[in-house]
Design a binder for this molecule. Structure first.
Ligand SMILES: [Zn+2]
Length: 253
């Protein structure tokens, strides 16, 4: 329709009309491109909101899962250091508490706590991290991933260096497999520790001290820093999405 009109104007050499036709075509193309760009941007924003919502759910779930690791690893480490202190001390009669004996028997068990965030893995593996435009969220994701990777490597080294004291010193630690003394619904080795014989064995005490030191490194330089970076990522997502947890907690009965 426009083409026939333009040819007609050319034949009649109506230059003003030709200029107007040209302008109409250019404006049409320009508006079409703008509408398309707006649609693309709307899709990108929708996809960004979906990614942030998914990531937020995964971060909350991971924080809840890691909370038990943070708590038990910290307590286990404190029990181990207290046990070493008792064995090294001057007191004539010493009794290790069941928790301290548990910590001694499990002092070489340094597992890697869960740290995976499937949405981050998906965004990084497909090279689409730029779907998230907020630099604070992107930096928090990369910092978290870096810390989790560093902690994983550190835990591997610590796990290789740990010595299972129950296996190495069965005359000092005796296992009694059955329901856990502290957590009734779990099966545990329920170790018994012979504190006086432990104190009299310098090789055992050296190995225990080494395990206690490495366990402290495991808890404070591998497990807890990753959880701290995860909390920072959570805050960055909350700031970006405007999530207000204080309000939702207050609303609960
Ligand atoms: Zn949140």
């Amino acid at each position: 329709m426009i083409l026939r009109r333009v040819i007609d104007h050319f034949r009649k050499q109506e230059w003003t009309a030709i200029a107007i036709d040209f302008l109409i075509v250019v404006m049409g193309v320009f508006i079409g491109m703008q509408v398309q760009a707006l649609a693309v941007e709307r899709d990108r924003q929708k996809s960004e909101r979906a990614y942030l919502a998914r990531l937020h759910g995964e971060v909350e779930q991971l924080i809840a899962t890691r909370e038990r690791y943070d708590r038990t690893r910290g307590k286990f480490s404190a029990d181990l250091i207290a046990a070493v202190g008792l064995l090294d001390g001057e007191a004539a009669d010493i009794t290790l508490s069941p928790d301290q004996c548990d910590a001694i028997a499990g002092s070489a068990h340094t597992t890697v706590p869960p740290a995976d965030l499937p949405t981050v893995t998906e965004l990084l593996s497909t090279g689409r991290l730029d779907q998230l435009t907020a630099p604070t969220v992107r930096v928090a994701i990369l910092t978290y991933m870096q810390e989790a990777s560093r902690a994983h490597d550190l835990i591997m080294v610590i796990t290789d260096s740990g010595r299972d004291l129950g296996k190495a010193y069965p005359h000092l630690i005796t296992h009694h497999l059955g329901p856990s003394r502290s957590v009734g619904d779990q099966v545990w080795v329920n170790p018994d520790c012979r504190a006086d014989a432990m104190r009299a064995d310098p090789a055992f005490r050296n190995e225990l001290s080494e395990n206690a030191y490495m366990y402290n490194v495991y808890a404070n330089r591998a497990v807890l820093p990753v959880s701290a970076k995860l909390a920072m990522l959570h805050k960055a997502i909350d700031d970006e999405t405007g999530a207000d947890h204080a309000q939702s907690v207050e609303k609960q009965p």
